[in-house]
Design a protein around this ligand. Sequence first.
Ligand code: AHR
Length: 506
Amino acid sequence: TAAALTISRDFTIGDVPRRLFGSFVEHMGRCVYTGIYEPGHPSADAEGFRRDVLDLVAEMGPTVVRYPGGNFVSGYNWEDGVGPVDQRPRRLDGAWHTVETNAFGLHEFARWSKLAGTEIMEAVNLGTRGVEAARELVEYANHPGGTRLSDLRRANGAADPFGIKLWCLGNELDGPWQIGHKTPAEYGRLAQEAAKAMKLVDPDIELIAVGSSNFHMPTFGEWEYTVLNHAYNEIDYVSMHAYYQEHDGDAESFLAVAVDMDAFIDSVASTIDAVKARGKHKKDVHISFDEWNVWYQRGLDTDDQPHRVSTAWREHPPLIEDTYNVTDAVVVGTLLNSLLRHGDRVRIANQAQLVNVIAPIRTEPGGPAWRQSTFWPFARMAELARGRILRVATRSDRIDTAEYGDADLVDASATWNEETGRLALFVANRGLDADADVTLALQGFDVKRVTRAEVLAVPEGGDRFSANNSGRPDAVGLRPLGGIVHDGSLVTLRLPALSWSVVEFE
Ligand code: AHR
């Protein structure tokens, strides 16, 4: 046996935070324009929303969508995106060297979110703007009426307030690349004051302070500590961002990146605890992991890369449209496992981004939309991870990695839905060459039948780089996982080499 997993009904981590299955729509590349929104596309509705994309979004099941950035938001005037479309200004977006038409803005996103069935997570600009613009946007969006800004929203076609609960206090302001980059103390004070002013307009909102842009930022740790010391009372979450990729053919290290995510989360949680203790605070601050994914950052020398100031200013140029393969999908499955295992601390997470831009859904302008390999672990976990998160005690063979030392060959998470009586296991085999035999010992459960068993692995005739494209949209996907043996409290599974599986029992 390659791995022995033990689950007990009594050992739970907490309730599944449904906002863990979030996504992200930025005004970047073709995420909005020719992604979710393309007037004139054969599938577009009267408002220009692509129905083919909406169908795939419904199938994928994100619960909450962050908007409108990302780096974009740090130079954005929200007022540009409201009011009659023909009067909205065209602007230069310095973050992505793009011409922004503003044909799509807050009202369009709110209507799209209704159709998609997703909660809005709105980011305010704390790069070039500040307290005043942030509190005005809350008033515009959430106040019922009878004031200049709320009546302006009504005049612009939204009689009912948008009722946005989740607000990001800027984006990646620790990063020198960010428009309006700040020191920890500068940002800590600004976040505190913006938060205070926004909650004075609407006390029911939840606020997310910017954390480090990644684990390796020079200010990591100090940033969180300083910002939290200033703003602990006013905020509800601190953010985390992380992107991973395979370097120089080192697949083993790439497959183990969830070890890095685990350590990153534990470190931020420790800092939150330290500030809570130091300030004798009673309330908890949670984590919003509001950008995570696989992203092949190829440098700045190719045409689809951002920051290409030498190219002409264009409207919605294709940017970072990564094609994802089998290996990437297995990694995404393990990253979701890491998030779920930390569901007591991480209450929101957003895979970045939703369409075209490092995304599980791709489109061609005027053409088809299709699912990438990474669509599948997200879709199944968003559907089946419900109820309580179970602790999975894992005794596994090890894989050696250059980056992260030795890691579990088999990586798992599990949930228990008391309402339906169903238990779901999400499990990856990181081994590149061999199947992995797994035993699952269940304490306090009596398995009667398997209700779902699917695996994503290397397709026949393919290899670990196999991927979907518009011509072969289903080359990589889920297929039935056979050979599961169960006997009440003991289950045995065989996981193919390099695979991600979901097994649901009742
Ligand atoms: O998701 C792409 C970009 O990555 C976002 O705009 C930024 O916040 C991060 O650096």
